[in-house]
Design a protein around this ligand. Structure first.
Ligand SMILES: *Cc1c(COP(=O)(O)O)cnc(C)c1O
Length: 429
């Protein structure tokens, strides 16, 4: 498509957008009396307008029923986590029995590694990406140390080659080949949080598994953003948070995927709690754990109802919008933003580098822009003028137009503010 940097053109695209009305179903943060240009849905998704009423229903049920709400609330709390399974499974490309919402993301990574990182003196290494999200690095390092291994030797990092920003798929296969005899686990972000690069999870999973390595993906930037078929791809486990693309509010509950092949196993090492045991016998308070033959076996506690409710509202919107339509709009919005950034840069005589891959199959909503010769002063100007984006040292701006609530008009308004930001800040060497 030939894009144009005019309001009329952008509004034309919005009029053709079958998802245009979904924006009105979110609260859009305000700046100087009008909608801010919110490009950080990859960091914290916006609030669906139904959220407060839904939480109020739970509060009302609690007020009126007390403990009886476990059974008699309009959404009985005893099985609250079950209300998320179908919607979440659709987004994860999983069977409903393969997903469960619980805990926080990093906590879940640890719980999953208890089961799926089982090092032996011959096979104890973990293959991952260099500069993984810090929490993931800490989780991997501490798991190695917990088992008595040295992370310096036990973590195999795959880094972009010199001068590159993204990792070539061939490097991943080379690393798997080189460490096939000594790696216990392959674990990476399916979508890199910094560059927005999306990895070929299907092919990589198959490649590592064929070599006897278990495979886990961190999908913090994948869930609700990119197409996932975790079950069909044969992924052993995955985890994600629901406050980024899944719009469930700060610190909201995390999701996990565990492949069917691991369900119902009694001998798998696992940290267990009463919400993982046979539901029919749970309240008999028997001493022996009888694992639910689904991903629920990994659940420890009863669901944090009040903090999970927003996810119900969000999953309904995903369901209604349809994942295919969301992805089609995502690609068009992202392409428009890419074009706008390069066009405004060109007009200003600046050369910006978008370090996110160009191909739609290797990226989702996010674009990461390297501001050669520019720095935080550009970002500060954007912020002052109502653009909410994300700054990473030394000079990268991350932006994610989200198809559920961002508009083409947002992107075009961004263009004007970006242009002024470049004008009002001085380049440096
Ligand atoms: C956002 C994010 C996290 C956050 O972890 P929490 O446990 O939810 O605080 C972890 N890993 C990655 C890759 C992320 O993008």
């Amino acid at each position: 498509m030939n894009f144009q940097n005019t309001l009329q053109f952008a509004r034309g695209l919005d009029e053709l957008d079958p998802l245009q009305t979904f924006r009105d179903r979110f609260f859009i943060p305000q700046h100087s009396g009008r909608d801010a240009i919110y490009l950080t849905g990859n960091s914290l998704g916006l609030q669906p307008r139904t959220t407060a009423d839904r939480i109020a229903e739970e509060l009302e049920d609690w007020a009126q029923l007390g403990v009886e709400g476990h059974v008699h609330a309009r959404r009985p709390w005893l099985k609250y986590h079950e209300f998320f399974a179908d919607g979440m499974a659709q987004i994860a490309g999983a069977l409903s029995s393969g997903v469960v919402m619980m805990n926080g993301l990093t906590a879940n990574l640890h719980l999953l590694m208890v089961s799926f990182y089982r090092p032996t003196p011959e096979r104890y290494k973990i293959i991952c990406e260099a500069k993984a999200f810090p929490s993931d690095q800490y989780a991997l390092q501490s798991q190695l140390r917990f088992h008595g291994y040295d992370p310096k030797d036990g973590i195999i990092e795959i880094a972009p080659t010199k001068g590159a920003h993204t990792i070539d798929e061939s490097q991943i296969y080379a690393a798997i080949d080189a460490h096939a005899h000594e790696a216990a686990l392959f674990f990476m972000g399916g979508v890199n949080y910094y560059t927005g690069q999306v990895f070929n999870m299907r092919a990589i999973t198959a490649y590592a598994r064929e070599r006897g390595i278990l495979v886990g993906w961190d999908l913090a930037h994948g869930a609700g953003n990119v197409e996932l078929h975790l079950h069909d791809w044969g992924v052993d486990f995955a985890a994600w948070c629901s406050y980024k693309y899944l719009n469930s509010g700060p610190g909201a509950v995390s999701g996990v995927f565990i492949h069917e092949r691991h369900h119902g196993q009694r001998n798998i090492p696992r940290f267990e709690g009463w919400w993982g045991t046979n539901k029919d016998r749970r309240f008999l308070m028997e001493p022996a754990f009888d694992p639910i033959p689904t991903a629920e076996a990994w659940q420890l506690s009863n669901a944090p109802v009040l903090s999970m409710t927003p996810l119900l509202c969000s999953l309904e919107l995903f369901q209604e919008a349809g994942l295919e339509r969301l992805r089609a709009k995502r690609d068009q919005l992202t392409a428009y933003l890419e074009w706008i950034i390069l066009e405004v840069g060109r007009e200003a005589g600046d050369s910006f580098e978008i370090i996110t891959p160009k191909s739609a199959s290797e990226r989702g909503s996010q674009l990461s822009v390297l501001l050669h010769g520019r720095g935080v002063e550009v970002f500060n100007e954007l912020q002052k003028n109502g653009v909410i984006a994300d700054w990473r040292e030394p000079n990268v701006i991350r932006m994610a137009p989200v198809p559920l609530y961002n508009s083409f008009e947002d992107i075009q308004r961004f263009a004007g503010i970006f242009k002024n930001a470049l004008k009002n800040s001085t380049p440096h060497d």
